[in-house]
Ligand binder design. Sequence first.
Ligand code: ADP
Ligand code: MG
Length: 584
Amino acid sequence: MQPVIRRLAETTINRIAAGEVIERPAAAVKELVENALDAGARRIEVLLAGGGIARIEIIDDGCGITRDDLALALERHATSKLADETLISIPTLGFRGEALPSIGAVARLTLISRPAGQDCAYRVHVAGGAVGEAVPAPGIAGTRAIVEDLFYATPARRKFLRTPRAEAEAAERAVWRLALAAPHVAFRLVSDERVMFDLPAQDELARVAALFGRETATALLPLEAEREGVTLRGLVGPASLSRATMGLQSFVVNGRPVIDPLLRLSLRLAYRDVVPAGRHAVAALRLTVPDEAVDVNVHPAKTELRFADANGVRSLVIGAIGRALARPVSLDSAPVAMPAQSFRTAPGASAYPGTRARGFAEAELALAAQPSARAFPPPPAAAGPAPHDHPLGAPLGQILDTYILAVAPDGALVLVDQHAAHERLTEERLRGEFLAGRIAAQPLLVPVVVDFSPGEAARLLSEAATLARLGLEIEAFGPGAILVRSLPAALKNPDAAGLLRDLAEEFAESEAPLALEARLDAALARLACHRSIRAGRRLQREEMDALLREMEATPRAATCSHGRPTFLRLTRAELEKMFGRRGF
Ligand code: ADP
Ligand code: MG
């Protein structure tokens, strides 16, 4: 039979479009807050219930929508924002005229709006695409958008939503990004009656401090750079600051918060030699790009961009960060100002001074000038070859205060990454203690108070029971603060604040609800990492020997918990091949 082509009904079209624009509550929140910002609001309030699935309410004091325009605002491709039909200059966050009709197609949407000059507010309701009449309603100047029962009209989509908690977190992240992009606007976010943040209009620095945490923000380095009309401003973390997730990375391009792959990649490259594998840099970057050099109309959600000169943008970001990172190090060239470790490379060995030396060539360059490698004085007793039940061998010395050099009984050369190895051992030990029900809590004489954003604090507190099983007892201590009562006894002198912060990120990272076991696992790995010997610590021969022996006795000691190897072995055969003593 010949297929018949017919036009889709408006409701169907909107539902299809909604699939792209509004894929979860966070997307609806983002679109509505963007509308409020476009309306020139000075103050925006976001209220969420049930992760935004049950209800989203956004209140702004912007220009409002006139009675006559209310119905039009809900129509597809109707917008007040696109003056320039070439799509080159788009000063507003919205321009596609899709958000309101899309939300109206998949949820119950109520708009109540009053422009400053109009004598009363009008309300219009749309459910599953059916738009009602505009009727007078009480309301002050500005707009209130209420979204209820998201995806009730599209059950297929509703099935893909995560838990309300995960959806709330995603929505919170969306508002967090927009609040960073628009510091001059006051933002208040309430989720299930909990105030997540309540920020006055402020300057950029104060906004970053409020949303990154004051302690983190004070460590950040400012940067500023320009290249062919593109300017970059912002704050980036020093080499010593890294996080378990990309949660503290914000990119704003021409006032628009974006999650752009090119910018993310540039950041990662800029920190490649500085931030350990599996960790992430902290950055708040703001780019201003000439309108004709960037296309924002790449993705319906408008979070990705296309730069005309992608290479130029990448080198601008990498170069500016490289210079920012180099600055403080070049100031403290006196060795006393350096920590007692030998990360430094010989001059010119690395593109960025102050970054970690990598590989043998650099280590050798550094040898002459710095105490980067140490051999031990001969041991007191006569040192024979390592006994055969010690396959990792006898330690010979330490390189870069980070790697242990040992010789195995069969002559193989063994290199051990002391941090990775110790982390694994600690994790296995903690896991053993935990399985045996023996993790002891060490009460703190003076409880420690750690500050968080209210969202992070809530997240940690909701895991309090899990953490208590590991000997880490916490409780709420006013808005955003957490009181630490006890720590696992196995952790000697831990940094409670750093540990809790990493745990908060660990729990936030997994959006799907993790089984208790997985959460315990994640927490154990974090604890182990905090307790472990740092790379860059000088070890005594006895300590190295003990580490090697413990590795031999511990199952799964060959890789760290991130899957990286803890030691490398060069056998006699491999050495001979490398020196060309043996062919194939
Ligand atoms: P877009 O933002 O792409 O124009 P939307 O569907 O989000 O499309 O909104 C349609 C129109 O409704 C906007 O162009 C704007 O004129 C109006 N509008 C939406 N939200 C608000 C608001 N909070 N305040 C004032 N006007 C608004
Ligand atoms: Mg919009």
